[in-house]
Each structure stands twice: as C-alpha cells, then as structure tokens.
Design a protein around this ligand. Structure first.
Ligand SMILES: [Zn+2]
Length: 448
C-alpha cells in the first residue's frame, strides 16, 4: 500500500526515465499529516519534472523497493549522507541581516536604536539588492529553502528580494512593511500610498514562479486604524495572499498596544477586529496569550511563528507549547533574524527545546527531536498552508532538499555513530549541528 503510493508518478503523467534523477542516501521525511518521521537507512529519492515545470518528488522509499521500478535511472550515490526536506523559516527579516547580534535592552530600544536606523537604507535599490543577495545565499547555505520574510516599508526592498529569490527558483514569501505612525522619518510610510503600493506589489509578484506576497503590518502600534483597516480589506480581497505581523512578544509592547486600541478585547483581538486573522495569517511570537487568544487563533485559522532564539535573546518570554496544543492552533519555527541570533535551523530547533523545557512561567515539557524537526519542515509548511508543496519529501512535493553530513565535525561523527534510534540521531544533529552539517542545498529548479 505504502509502496504503491510512493511509486505514483506525478500528476498521473508517464515520464521518461531519462527526465528523472535519483539520489541514494539515508532519507528523512514525514507522514503527510503529523509529526511522525519516516527514515530509510538506505533510501532512494526520485525527482522529475512536474506539471508546472518545477522538479517534484516522483518516488521515495527504501532503495530495494523503489530502484527496481526505475531501470536505467541515473542515480547519484551519497554514502553516509542524509537527505532531508529543505527547512522552512516562518518568520525572518531580510533587512535585519546586519542587525543580528545588536546589543540592546529589550524589544522597543532594539527597534529604536538599531533596527529602524538600519531599515532606512533600503530605499536605495542597490543597497537592497546587495543585502538580498547575501540573505538568500545565507538561507541556502544553512539549508533553508522556503522563508516568509519581512522586507522594509520601501517597495524597492520587496522588488530586490523577489528578484533575487526568483533567480534561485526559490519558494519565498515577502511583503512591504506597513507602518504609518510611531516610526521615525525614513521608515514611516503614508497611509493611502502604502495600501496602493501593497496592492500593486500583490498584482506584480504574487504567484509569479514560486513567489508569494504577504500583507505586512509591522505590528499594531505602528499602524493607524485606517492603515490596519485598509490592510484587512486587501486581506479579504486577496484571500490567497499571506498576512504577517507580530503579536504578544513582550509586556511593554502589549501595554502599548492595549493603550492604542482599548476597544479591542486583547492585543491579538485588535488584528481580528481589522480583518487580519484568517488562514494564511502568520503571527510571530504569540507568547503572552490567554485561552481566549488561543481560541481566536484556532477559530480564525491564523498560526504562530515561534521564534525561540529571538525570544531568549531579547528576554521576551517562552512560547507555551502545552497551551497551544491544549486549545489546538497551528505553529511552526522561525529564526526571526535579526532579533533571532542564527540563520541555522539547528540552532533554532535547539532553542525551541530550551523554550519547551522552561517550566517556571508555564508548563515545561520535552519536545521530541522528531517534533522539533517537523516544526521546521513539514509542520511549518502546514502552518503556511503549503502542506504537500514544500517541507516534505512525499510524492508530488516540490523537490527542495538538503544533504546532511553527520560526520561534519569530530564530535558530530562520534555522537551520531553511537545513535541507537532515530530520535538519538536527530537530537545529536539538533544539539551539535550548524551550517557545517549542511553539505548541499538542492532547490527544485524549473526543468527547462
Ligand atoms: Zn520579527
């Protein structure tokens, strides 16, 4: 049964074996709908051109089961390596690539003293293009193949990033930041123009190749009610477009948001009041929630981008996994660079483990290695409404994957050699891994 499903040819089309490529290595993937990992010690991944011309997974499974169905297949053998889905980063700021590691006393001083002055520079197209190029290279070097990222308030910053991502055939989502108040000159935008610019960018970029647009109010305090209302109208008019923002990161921010929008039931509810909570709406942080907020997330279909290195770095607090699972809303992992401290999914997964363990402010628990990995691949894709598209290596998924070398460092080699189970192997890589573990990142290129 499983083998039959694995061997299904994409889209029912019969494809000549000459158009296919095979990769033989250990293979990690996930069951389609939950955090259960499947691992083939000696596996075969077969990729080929899909309906839209993008390389897709055609078959995957144990080598001995899959290989006989593809006589003559050109197979690249990668002994000792692990092929895994490319990582999905649910929340990052490409213009903050150079803000990483900025010393500041918490969120609001960090914004004022480092982030806003830096983001002003993205009005210059050449500058934006230069950072976009470095940013995409750094994502790929770390094994991240899909990201939902903030740009700045300047449309030039969006053009620069989409142009660069398109060059690399990446599935990437971004949007112009909306911030028409409580922001310094140079990053503050103008209400009406910001909405016109957003719609123009949607029409120009959303759905082009593998690119997607996200309506991007920075956070409620830096937008007027008129700007939030306009953003909500666009979110209704373009339901296939994403929405991204921040919420309930830190107590000072929450008090400020409550003061500015006293008529809303909570900070989170402010977004719902303006029509900004729906499927494909992604809120970074979601730390200081009560059960009404959690229920609002679940009912609206909005999801959380958990940003553990950022939350630890800025001292913001700890995402409550038990609370989220008790009420049942979607989530996945994010680096949140530059508040976050690393582009590496391994560092983010380890920080998520620390956050889960913390038991003073909420229930502490031990997230399993498989679950941590899922949160940064298939789980993140599911949260972005991209399940079966990216973040996994099931048949029909776009063929974005990483080749990992578990012998990349002496300690990794020593520790992974002693692993007695899949969880031990995955956790050794989560705890000890970084960009050195990622030997290669493969993007599902257009076939011709
Ligand atoms: Zn952020």
């Amino acid at each position: 049964m499983a083998a039959a499903r694995n061997l299904r040819t994409f889209g029912g089309m019969s494809t000549s074996v000459h158009a296919l490529r095979g990769f033989r290595a250990s293979l990690l993937r996930f069951a389609p709908d939950h955090a259960q990992a499947i691992f083939d010690q000696d596996g075969l991944l077969v990729v080929g051109p899909g309906a839209a011309g993008i390389q897709k997974v055609v078959a995957v499974g144990p080598y001995a089961d899959v290989a006989p169905h593809y006589p003559g297949l050109a197979v690249e053998h990668l002994p000792g390596r692990i092929i895994a889905p490319g990582f999905v980063d649910m929340h990052i700021h490409y213009p903050q690539t150079d803000v990483i590691g900025a010393p500041a006393e918490g969120l609001l001083p960090w914004l004022e003293n480092y982030t806003f002055p830096h983001e002003k520079r993205f009005s210059a197209p050449d500058y934006a293009a230069d950072v976009a190029s470095f940013f995409i290279a750094e994502l790929l070097r770390n094994g991240v193949t899909t990201a939902l990222t903030f740009a700045t308030s300047h449309p030039t910053s969006v053009h620069a990033l989409f142009t660069e991502a398109q060059k690399h055939h990446m599935r990437l989502i971004t949007g112009k930041v909306l911030q028409d108040r409580h922001s310094p000159d140079g990053v503050r935008d103008e209400t009406e123009q910001s909405l016109v610019d957003t719609e123009t960018l949607i029409q120009q970029w959303h759905g082009v190749d593998r690119l997607g647009y996200a309506i991007t109010p920075r956070f409620a305090p830096t937008s007027t009610p008129a700007q939030l209302r306009g953003a909500g109208e666009l979110a209704a008019k373009y339901p296939e477009v994403w929405v991204q923002s921040h919420v309930a990161e830190n107590l000072g921010e929450i008090a400020w948001a409550r003061e500015l929008f006293p008529e809303s039931a909570s900070y989170l509810a402010t977004y719902a009041d303006f029509g900004l909570m729906r499927k494909r709406a992604v809120y970074a942080h979601c730390i200081h929630f009560d059960d009404s907020d959690r229920a609002l997330m679940r009912e609206s279909g909005a999801v959380a981008a958990i940003s553990p290195t950022s939350n630890l770095f800025l001292g913001s607090g700890f995402f409550d996994y038990a609370g989220a699972d008790r009420i049942g809303f979607g989530y996945g992992l994010a680096s949140d660079v530059g508040g976050g401290t690393s582009f590496s999914p391994f560092h983010t997964m380890l920080a998520a483990y620390y956050v889960g363990r913390e038991g003073q402010t909420k229930t502490g628990l031990s997230l399993s290695p498989q679950h941590l990995w899922w949160q940064h691949t298939a789980g993140a894709a599911q949260a972005l409404d991209l399940a079966g598209v990216v973040g996994n290596l099931q048949p029909d998924c776009e063929a974005d994957f990483v080749v990992l070398n578990p012998q990349a460092t002496p300690l990794l080699a020593r520790k992974t050699a002693q692993a007695n189970s899949l969880d031990e192997l995955l956790f050794a890589m989560i705890v000890l891994g970084d960009d050195r573990l990622v030997e290669r990142t493969q993007i599902a290129c257009r076939s011709s």
